[in-house]
Design a protein around this ligand. Structure first.
Ligand SMILES: Cc1ncc(C[n+]2csc(CCOP(=O)(O)OP(=O)(O)O)c2C)c(N)n1
Ligand SMILES: [Mg+2]
Length: 362
């Protein structure tokens, strides 16, 4: 038999589910103290997430996509990028976005139905959230092509889900990254579910990482609940890309511990036992155990930090709640330089209706 080609997918895990190191730690992340700020950031993200869900449940926020369980993957991705890189998120990577300077009040504004939340004050060149699945992979590939043509050393990083990795846009993005050797990292955040479709029904592929092989990309599978593995996977792929060695697909194995969004009830299609089992791999517990065993963290410190996180998030919530709503015509005002006549008619009708409603309330 003649073999035309053989492939392997490397898997990275450095801390097991009990927070114990598995073999040698990567030299770049050997110092546990350096992980402390990122651990604290993961706790901040969880505090934010919990409060955002509570806001939705009390009618103060629209539909919200929780990131519960994704903290190590998201924070690790954000921490691995340089300021002038470009990030193209899907819709739940708040941990990465906080690392890039997006404010919690912007996230709340967006899920509160105000598009101004998409206009990030911090990372001006990052893309806005992309709810149409995986379209952001193409946007990131375009940014990566621009970096390459301009001979700039920046990277473009896109996140999509396990479900998103079935979309044509994902394949088109990885194909162009391979063909043009683009500085692109496609992060497939495999959280086990695409709304109610489990990973097992999503694809016949053994790993989602291997999808990149067909396009000639570097491919890795990473334990996405192990912050060190996330950081090391990203470090390797970023280094390759900055050296001009092309793009990568990284599959991060994690789990969606909450419903798909607050508009979903996962108990209708998902076994409680599966969720209970997934909690044993919680990324925060794992890193806490690792840091506590090295005397770098304690229960008292966590209590104090969580209190601080709560206060910080409350400031953001108040800023969100106090943001004056836009006038009703704003929804017509930012798409066309010269709006077509029928849209102008609708605009006038909306203003009149709004005025009537206000008069009725007065
Ligand atoms: C093009 C497109 N088709 C369908 C949907 C509806 N939809 C919203 S989220 C989702 C599932 C996405 O799952 P996955 O990619 O695994 O990401 P996750 O939500 O798990 O982070 C679908 C099908 C959409 N937003 N866009
Ligand atoms: Mg998913």
């Amino acid at each position: 038999m003649t073999i035309a080609a053989t492939f392997e997918i490397e898997y990275l895990q450095y801390l097991d589910a009990n927070g114990e190191p598995v073999g040698d730690l990567p030299p770049a992340f050997k110092d546990p103290e350096a992980l402390l700020p990122l651990f604290k950031q993961m706790l901040f993200v969880r505090t934010f997430d919990t409060k955002a869900i509570a806001l939705q449940r009390t009618g103060k926020l629209g539909t919200y996509a929780s990131c519960l369980g994704h903290e190590a993957t998201h924070v690790g991705i954000g921490a691995s990028m340089e300021k002038d890189d470009v990030f193209a998120p899907s819709y739940r990577e708040y941990g990465a976005q906080f690392m890039r300077g997006v404010q919690a009040r912007e996230i709340l504004l967006y899920w509160g139905g105000d598009e101004r939340g998409n206009d990030f004050e911090g990372p001006r060149n990052d893309f806005s959230w992309s709810v149409p699945i995986s379209t952001q992979c193409l946007h990131a590939a375009g940014a990566a092509l621009a970096f390459k043509l301009r001979r700039q050393k920046q990277l473009a990083v896109a996140c999509c889900g396990d479900g998103g990795s079935s979309k044509t846009d994902f394949y088109a993005a990885l194909n162009s990254a391979g063909a043009y050797e683009l500085p692109l990292i496609l992060c497939v955040v495999n959280n086990g579910w695409a709304i109610s479709v489990p990973r097992s029904a999503q694809t016949g592929a053994r790993t989602l990482a291997q999808k990149g092989l067909a396009g000639g990309l570097h491919c890795l599978q990473v334990d996405g609940n192990d912050l060190i593995a996330v950081l090391e996977g990203m470090r390797r792929c970023a280094e390759r890309a900055r050296k001009g060695e092309g793009g990568s697909v990284i599959e991060f194995l994690t789990y969606r511990l909450h419903d798909h969004t607050t508009a979903d009830d996962a108990r209708r299609y998902r076994d409680d036992a599966e969720v209970k089992d997934a909690w044993t791999r919680d990324p925060i517990t794992r890193l806490r155990t690792y840091l506590t065993a090295r005397k770098l963290w304690s229960e008292d410190e966590e209590k104090a930090w969580l209190e601080e996180c709560g206060k910080k998030v409350d400031v953001e919530i108040n800023a969100y709640l106090e943001t004056p709503v836009q006038p009703v015509e704003a929804m017509f005002d930012y798409l066309y330089a010269d709006p077509p006549p029928d849209l102008l008619e609708q605009r006038e009708a909306a203003i009149a209706l709004d005025r009537k409603a206000k008069e009725a309330r007065a």
